[in-house]
Design a protein around this ligand. Structure first.
Ligand code: NAD
Ligand code: UFG
Length: 333
């Protein structure tokens, strides 16, 4: 199929591009490079041994989108393009509403003009907010506690309304838990801007000596070892989840939300221990007070993905850490 990936040079989009191309799909990428590097394209082409059409453009540019959709006879869009920093979304909420909600509206308008009605959307587990129960299933109440999460929820709601207005649409919103890891080649991975906010990129930079130590945000939670627990999922599992969702949108009209997680929570200390094994070095750490807005634990109920998509995550924490380290080593060469 002809598939457009918005934000396709980013962390999750680039890994998905590999999986889709290797399955014989024709992938076109549109990205404004606000959080990615053009060099990712060359690595993608190296891995897939294919030339991928690329447009440096913004999803809010509806005219440009119409051109890209028609020029490449796009049949399905996977909408990764978005901003994802919780802290930045608190400082600059309009930027987040404009990009994440405005960008989604612009994309849908262009798809309507071009009569394309199959869409897969990058949503986030952050739409659930503070868990009322665990594991978190898709029927859990939706009450995001940060602006970033609110933009994801609003985008979902727009899509839900759209499908009610026109049942020919087929849309799946995938709610990702905590994606980490990298492509096995070591050529693709997560490249954070500035000092990383998230655990795995921070650990990677401590491992290469770029940062002196990891700040462990709290070791007094009611969790297995006192540190926060999350549902880390290998980015290649996530990419394969998009392939499964592609098959689904092709056959099932309507709107669905589906968790993509492993269903297995891991603590900060477990991640550090696995990473130390991968990198064969010790990660210096200092326990700090809890980070404001952090939840002690959350993880997915992953049954719906299995039932509807026939997909489940396969790679374990060690594989996630091995691949993250391989990518980091390559980057530092
Ligand atoms: P990323 O920042 O690596 O990739 C996003 C890509 O979109 C970047 O290449 C960026 O340049 C591009 N982009 C952003 N705004 C754009 C715009 N207006 N027009 C065109 N391109 C634009 O992020 P990621 O980790 O790959 O995340 C992909 C999607 O998944 C995002 O929507 C994010 O909110 C969502 N998500 C990510 C996580 C995570 O932890 N990584 C978790 C849940 C959901
Ligand atoms: N942590 C540390 N030190 C760090 C960074 C993180 O101890 O330097 C801890 C956190 O306290 C937490 C765990 O590691 O217990 C994971 O933290 P991350 O920042 O990697 O991930 P979060 O679960 O806090 O947030 C991520 C994304 C958000 C998204 C959320 C839900 O960053 O954008 O998952 O999908 F909203």
């Amino acid at each position: 199929m002809n598939i457009l990936l918005t934000g396709g040079l980013g962390f999750i989009g680039s890994h998905t591009a590999v999986v889709l191309s290797q399955q014989g799909h024709q992938v076109t990428i549109l990205d404004n490079l606000c959080n990615s590097q053009i060099g990712v394209l060359a690595n993608l082409e190296k891995i897939t041994n294919q030339k991928l059409p690329f447009y440096e453009a913004d999803v809010r540019d509806t005219q440009m989108l119409c051109k890209v959709l028609s020029e490449n006879q796009i049949e399905v869009v996977i909408h990764f393009a978005g901003l994802k920093s919780v802290s930045e979304s608190a400082q600059d909420p309009l930027k987040y509403y404009d990009n994440n909600v405005g960008g989604t509206i612009g994309l849908i308008e262009a798809m309507q003009v071009q009569k394309i009605n199959k869409l897969i959307f990058s949503s986030s587990a952050t739409v659930y907010g503070i868990p009322h129960y665990l594991p978190c299933d898709e029927d859990h109440p939706l009450a995001p506690i940060n602006t970033y999460g609110k933009t994801k929820l609003q985008a979902e709601e727009i899509m839900r309304d759209l499908v009610v207005s026109d049942p020919a649409w087929s849309i799946v919103a995938l709610r990702y838990f905590n994606p980490i890891g990298a492509h096995e080649s070591g050529l693709l991975g997560e490249v954070p801007n500035g000092v990383p906010n998230n655990l795995m990129p921070y650990v990677c930079q401590v491992a290469i000596g770029k940062l002196p130590h990891l700040n462990v945000f709290g070791d007094d939670y009611e969790t297995k070892d006192g540190t926060g627990e999350r549902d880390y999922i290998h980015v290649m599992d996530l990419a394969e989840g998009h392939l499964a969702a592609l098959n689904y949108v092709n056959h099932c009209p309507g709107f669905e939300v589906i968790n993509l997680g492993t269903g297995i929570p891991c603590s900060v200390y477990e991640v550090i221990a696995a990473f130390e094994k991968s990198a064969r070095r010790t990660i210096a750490k200092k326990v700090q007070p809890r980070r404001s807005g952090d939840l002690p634990i959350y993880f997915a109920k992953a049954d719906k993905a299995k039932q509807l998509l026939g997909w489940s995550a396969k790679r374990d924490l060690q594989t996630m850490c091995d691949s993250s380290w391989k990518f980091q080593e390559n980057l530092s060469k």
